[in-house]
Every structure is written in C-alpha cells, then in structure tokens.
Design a protein around this ligand. Sequence first.
Ligand code: NCD
Ligand code: ZN
Ligand code: ZN
Ligand code: ZN
Length: 438
Amino acid sequence: MSVDLLLKNGIVIVDGRETTRSVAVKSGKVEGVYVPGSEPSAHETVPCDGFYVLPGAIDIHVHLRDLSQSDKEDYATGTMAAAAGGVTTVVDMPNSVPPVLTMGDLEDKIASAEEKRFVNIGFYAGIPKDPAEFDQAMVPHILGMKEYPHAPLVKGATSSPQRLCGCMKISHEHGLPLLFHPDSSKPDAIAEDMDTYFDLHSCDSEVKSIQQFLDAQEKVRGRLHVCHVSCATAIRLIGKHRAEESLTAETTPHHLLLSSNQFPNKDGTAKMLPPLRSSYDNRSLRLALRGQCAIDCVVSDHAPHTEKEKLAPFLKAASGIPGLETTVPLMLTEVFEGRLSWVDYLRCCCSAPAWVLQIRAKGVLTRHYDADIVVVEKRERVIRGADFYSKAKVTPFEGRRVSALPVMTIVGGKTVYSHGKFLVGQGTAGRVPVRAAR
Ligand code: NCD
Ligand code: ZN
Ligand code: ZN
Ligand code: ZN
C-alpha cells in the first residue's frame, strides 16, 4: 500500500506528550500515525523533523462577511487567513448583510463560499421574529442557531422570556445547539460616553443574559452554547450548570490574554463585544480553561472591519477584531511557555469545538479522521497586522511576541498553504458546508 502524503518524523502529541511520529494521508483521510521506521511508502514525503504536526484548529465563531460587506472580508481572504493561521475549519456567523434567516440567504452564502474557500466552512442561521416560522430547509446545512439579544437580526425581536423559550424550542426540535451572545442591554440603548458604554456591556449584563437563557432552557430543555465568555462571574454561573450534553461555552484569546487597562481606547483597536475586562477576569478564564473545564473551546470571534471603521474615535469605531491569524499562535505560545497543557490545547482548539457542533471525523489527528492538519514551527516572532491575509489588519495584539508559526496547512489531504504560499486555487480544498453528524 502506498499513501498519498507522508509527514515524516514530526513532533506529534501522543498521550499528551511530544513524540516523534510520521503521519500518513490517503484519500483525504489520516491513514495512520507511525513510529519512525514503520511508515508505509508514499507518493510525496515531507520531512517534518523538529516541526509540530497537529490537527488543524476548528474555529466555531467567525464572521467572514462577504456578500455586501466584502469590503471588510470575503470568503477568499477570510479562509486564506484561516489557512495561514493554522485553522482548517471555520463556522460562519449569521449576522451578515443580509443576515441568514431563510434558505435563500443561506444558499447565497454557500454558493459564494463554495467558489472562494481555502478551508472547510460551516454555517449558523438566525431565528425569525416568530421562532415557529424558522425556515426548516436550512436545518441539514447548518451547525447551530444563533441569537443576539442586544442586537437582534430581525427588527423588533425583543429578548422576552417568550422569545428565548421559542428559540430554545425550535433549536431543540431540530437537534441543533442554540448559541447566544450573552448581553442583556437594550437593543436601542445608545452610549453617549465611555462609562455608559462599559456599563451597558458590563459583566452584570453578561451574567444576567446567561441566566435568562438558562431560565428558558429549564422550561424547554435543548442545548445551549455561550459565546465569548469574558467574566469571572459568568464562569461561576456556567460552572454551576455545566454539562457537555446541555451547556457548553467558549472564550477568546483576547479575553484570556488582554485586559482593558492595557489600552487607552482612543480609537477602536481594542474595541469588541464583549469588551476586554480586568486581569482578574483573564486569570479566572485561564483557570476555567485549564483544570475546571467550565469552558470548552477557544474561538477567535474573527470580526473584520475596515481600517477607517477601526481607527475612528472609540465610541464611533466598529466593534470586533480579526483573530484567525493570531488564535493558534497565541494559544500555542501558552503551551510552549508552560501555561497550558497539550491536552488542554488539543481539547479547546480542536476536539471540543467538533464535539460541541457534532462535526464528524474532525478535530483529532487519528486514523480515518479527515486529514485537516497543520505543521507548526516553534519560533520567536512578533505579530504584525500588516502581515495578515485578512483584509482587517488592526489588531490589539500588534507587536506581541509569540513563539509559534503555522508553516503548512493541509485541508482534506490537500496542501493548501506552505511557507507563505498558497498551493491551490480558490474553491478547490475543503468542504462547504460542513455538516453535523445527525
Ligand atoms: C461581532 C461583529 O463584528 O460581527 N463584533 C464583536 O465585537 N464581537 C459581533 C459579535 O460577535 O457579537
Ligand atoms: Zn496512492
Ligand atoms: Zn458576539
Ligand atoms: Zn462574533
């Protein structure tokens, strides 16, 4: 038997430890992980001595824009950013323009993504004003439903207990998780000054929103996934109710590693929702990610905007930062510097995201799983937004030192990216849409 590709003598994590192994790829799948000397023959062999061979990250929270917001990002630049960042699967949020509320909206996104993709892309859908009118045609093509209580996708969809129950009910009926942005501020609330802005989007507001969704879940059952958890108090509440089957949660590298007092907030460089919190919250999130397991995944919340929108004065600036090219390097730096274990990295960036969305055969580097692989070099460097493939180049991590660089990215057995170059054209690697194992 001859395999298609052999990543030879790389550093592979086996039982949580760095071990020298060769990874064989055949017909888009991992054929096996071999002790050196026992490998099958291969059509192509890539020596990986000294490089880490890891499962590609699965980022279940990105905004790839496209459609009428292609000035901010499109499926080509967004998935090039993913590939260069070591991310082999992304799941795209429905707050696009237009938002995803019908099969027609979703078809437009699928068609564009199909044509422009460099990695696997999955989708979420929003929920209409009357949740019972959810367009069921979308169900086979989406991985979850998403609710934004503070910024509804449809005008007038207030986050009343009735609506939240309706959202839980419709997602439960279709066996999909309900993801939500925890923020209980009023959709029409306008912040006239900085204090009001941070009050509106406070930790109390985050916790209150989580409680409202938990109340709905108690009545209707179903699965909840809390997006971008940012506060110690929110972790405490999630920790009390947590269960893989019914309540999962994610956080972001910026909420783990950055605090609000590091930024003067003159412009929107570090403006995102939820906002950056205190260093106490950073520490609580890092603890929750390590032993406590109150948080399942790390996501980028890649939310690109134009430079003009980001560099406007803080209150006027757009909210959201690019993250696809910084998440894996930042999290691997935590591993390389001894603050995160390999087991926790592989769980929060690869296997747990696949579990949360029930994505089949992804997120683990093992036989017969999809050959979505990233080769990483351990190397000191500095993050520069100007180097991003993303159209969004303003990052609060500008100038930050990291010690990991994804050098090669393989998607479904195809080498998409290698040492700063794209080896395939648009629309040739990756699956669109990624489906759930239902
Ligand atoms: C996101 C965006 O720009 O779409 N912005 C953000 O600040 N995170 C929306 C979101 O994730 O809530
Ligand atoms: Zn062959
Ligand atoms: Zn959000
Ligand atoms: Zn988001």
